[in-house]
Write a protein that binds this ligand. Structure first.
Ligand SMILES: [Zn+2]
Length: 239
């Protein structure tokens, strides 16, 4: 049974009631969850499952079998009984920071148009994107432009499009390493800025802030040369 992914419609949902329907030593699968399961370079959420007479600390949510989200228990944590209703609570401080980092990477992507993204990793302390690029801009220029974009406080929105619509607009796909998930018939398109002049527009299944001002100050720390055309760009947040 697939888990309903509540964060997709509301990335600001910090807790939700759910039923624990598959439980094993590797983790707990819920019928619905606000937990983001590790994917696309974004770590899975940590948090807590609470039920009537117990609770289980979750170290990370991972993709489980059959589109279920696996809530991995902390070592030695007691597991909920099958069929019990739990309140699933995410570690919001951690998630919000990852959302700020993740949205910053969209902005970084928009500043290096035309270069394919060959990899990426989102972390709490720093995040990176790899670009297929011979001559990267300087870190000072990138830092300045990133903070100019944040200062516009543009809105981040999502809408679903059909796979056919994506096929008609192949330029929307920037990532060469991670293809948007296919087969469900629809693709989630994330847009930063107004429809008539978006700052960034691409398929993405991750979690984003609603407005750019939530990101705060961004700094591009360093650029690394990772092979012939591969430039790795690291950024961090001020707090
Ligand atoms: Zn995204």
């Amino acid at each position: 049974m697939a888990t309903e992914l509540l964060y997709r419609d509301d990335a600001y949902l910090t807790e939700a009631k759910a039923v624990a329907f598959a439980i094993g030593p590797e983790g707990v699968i819920l019928d619905r969850t606000p937990f983001y399961a590790r994917a696309g370079g974004q770590p899975g959420d940590a948090g807590l499952l609470v039920w009537e007479d117990g609770e289980m600390a979750v170290t990370e949510a991972l993709k489980g079998p059959e589109d279920g989200v696996l809530h991995v228990p902390a070592e030695g944590a007691s597991l909920p009984p099958v069929g019990v209703t739990v309140t699933a609570k995410i570690d919001w401080a951690k998630r919000h920071r990852l959302m700020r980092m993740h949205t910053s990477l969209h902005l970084l992507c928009s500043l290096i148009p035309g270069a394919g993204v060959t990899g990426g990793q989102i972390g709490l302390e720093k995040s990176r994107l790899d670009f297929d690029l011979a001559e990267p801009p300087s870190k000072e220029w990138l830092t300045e432009k990133l903070n100019e974009l944040v200062a516009t406080d543009a809105e981040v929105s999502e809408r679903w499009i059909s796979e056919a619509e994506l096929d008609e607009n192949p330029h929307l796909v920037r990532t060469l390493s991670v293809k948007p998930p296919r087969g469900s018939g629809r693709i989630r398109l994330v847009r930063i800025g107004p429809e008539e002049a978006p700052i960034d527009l691409q398929p993405c299944g991750g979690t984003h802030v609603r407005r750019l001002s939530e990101i705060g100050t961004v700094t591009v720390q360093k650029l690394e040369n990772k092979g012939k055309q591969n430039r790795r760009v690291y950024l961090t947040l001020s707090e």
